[in-house]
Design a protein around this ligand. Structure first.
Ligand code: PEP
Length: 251
């Protein structure tokens, strides 16, 4: 079902003490009932975060996972391991994974399959580089990422899929897509999904925007009809800013 979602991606920030401090701040807040709120701490802090938020509406999610279930993959974490510490949602295909860790569309498709098989929810990230937009190739780039990463999945799987549109040029740069640019791309993503899977699935899918969402621009972006929430990096590390973003949507 199409849901409003605000997810904080904490990336490689916050040791255990800082994680607990931030969680303690979040626990004091009252969250709007119509917004699903999620936070993605580092792997080492997932279980403590899960324990801290056990009776709380905020969901603890993962920033990544490996495509295999177990074996000789030094330094990696599997879907089963995530599930064993209470994590049922995973971000796949973040642009930092695609660029810094060379994760290809084919690899991401494998990760998606594994997560779906393990009955996890996938937040699948797509986004164009600035040069793609300058060459007016942004729609084609997003279509290709969807096609290669997700469009092999069954119709039934789409109950477990959320999309995050994150233009790479807007991530961590302070530069945000305008609400109009975000709406235009979200509508395009929905239309592309509709062509592949039909209107029912396209209208039910939540499409989040990510890229320098801050308290002062969140309401404008979230007001657009095809924007169903946000994936928030930097601003999710401060409880007040994160809450202001959540509340910009919940109002
Ligand atoms: C992100 O990394 O997913 C992100 C959107 O970061 P920021 O909000 O800092 O641009």
């Amino acid at each position: 079902m199409r849901k409003k979602i605000v997810a904080g991606n904490w990336k490689m920030n916050n040791d255990l003490a800082a994680t607990q401090d931030l969680l303690a701040e979040l626990k004091k807040q009252v969250f709007p009932e119509d917004v699903a709120v999620m936070v993605a701490p580092a792997f080492t802090n997932l279980y403590p975060a899960y324990q801290t938020l056990r009776e709380h509406p905020v969901e603890v999610i993962s920033q990544n996972m490996h495509q295999s279930d177990k074996g000789a993959f030094t330094g990696e974490i599997s879907a089963s391991m995530l599930k064993s510490v209470g994590v049922n949602t995973v971000i796949i295909g973040h642009s930092e994974r695609r660029s810094d860790f060379h994760e290809t569309d084919a690899l991401l498709a494998e990760k998606v399959d594994t997560a779906l098989e393990k009955e996890m929810t996938v937040i699948f990230c797509v986004g164009e580089q600035l040069s793609d937009r300058e060459h007016s190739e942004h729609f084609e780039v997003i279509k290709t990422q969807l096609d290669r990463g997700l469009f092999h999945t069954s119709k039934e799987s789409w109950e477990q899929i959320v999309i995050a549109y994150e233009p790479v040029w807007a991530i961590g740069t302070g530069e945000t897509a305008t609400p109009k640019q975000a709406q235009e791309m979200h509508a395009f993503i929905r239309e592309t999904i509709s062509q592949q899977y039909g209107d029912g699935i396209a209208n039910n899918i939540s499409i989040l925007y990510g890229g320098s969402v801050k308290p002062n621009n969140a309401a404008d972006i979230f007001s657009k009809k095809d924007v169903d929430g946000g994936l928030i990096g930097g601003a999710s590390l401060k409880a007040d800013d994160f809450m202001a973003i959540v509340n910009a949507f919940g109002k």
